[in-house]
Design a protein around this ligand. Structure first.
Ligand code: NI
Length: 176
């Protein structure tokens, strides 16, 4: 199974707004498969196509403890969100090692196509509701750190840039 490269914040490609999926076909199913493999490998609970540099409205999620409840959302739209919100800690595969509080609706109803191209309605609450809102933000070019204060965001940005530099240095052949 092909693993995809996950873009890391502050990569500007994470800010690109995704376009609707035009056809639920073999290409899309293959992409969803590869996204699931990448998400499970990285021990994440959700991955938006934006994060693997594909700018189409496709999300894969598995918010179950048992890692056996894959959910695919194609062209998702939130049709209802609870007025009641909660501040919860979030992380993101594109911002590894960073966790911070984001306020989200407690429950959402989302309409999306499945891998058979059929329209489905999903009611979600708790962790799944948070995950759906987080992944849908990615499709709009938004990362959870965008909700934080500029001070925190700049600190995270600097940390990510340094982390990447350190990794590149470690990966480079030793020079004498
Ligand atoms: Ni994320």
């Amino acid at each position: 199974m092909t693993l995809l490269t996950i873009l890391r914040y502050p990569d500007p490609r994470l800010q690109q707004v995704a376009k609707p999926v035009a056809a639920v076909d073999a290409r899309l199913r293959q992409l969803a498969d590869a996204m699931f493999a990448t998400m499970y490998e990285a021990a994440g609970i959700g991955l938006a196509a934006t994060q693997v540099n594909v700018h189409e409205r496709l999300i894969v999620i598995d918010a179950s403890e048992t890692r056996d409840q894959p959910l695919v959302l194609i062209n998702p739209e939130i049709v209802w969100a609870s007025a009641e919100t909660r501040l919860g800690e979030e992380g993101c595969l594109s911002v590894p090692g960073i966790y911070d509080g984001v306020e989200r609706s407690l429950a959402v109803r989302v309409e999306a196509l499945d891998l058979d191209g059929k329209r489905q309605t999903h009611e979600a609450e708790g962790m799944l509701a948070v995950c759906i809102q987080h992944e849908m933000d990615h499709l709009m070019g938004k990362v959870f750190v965008d909700y934080l204060s500029p001070l925190k965001r700049n600190r995270i940005k600097a940390k990510m840039v340094k982390q990447k530099k350190d990794e590149e240095r470690d990966a480079a052949p030793r020079q004498r």
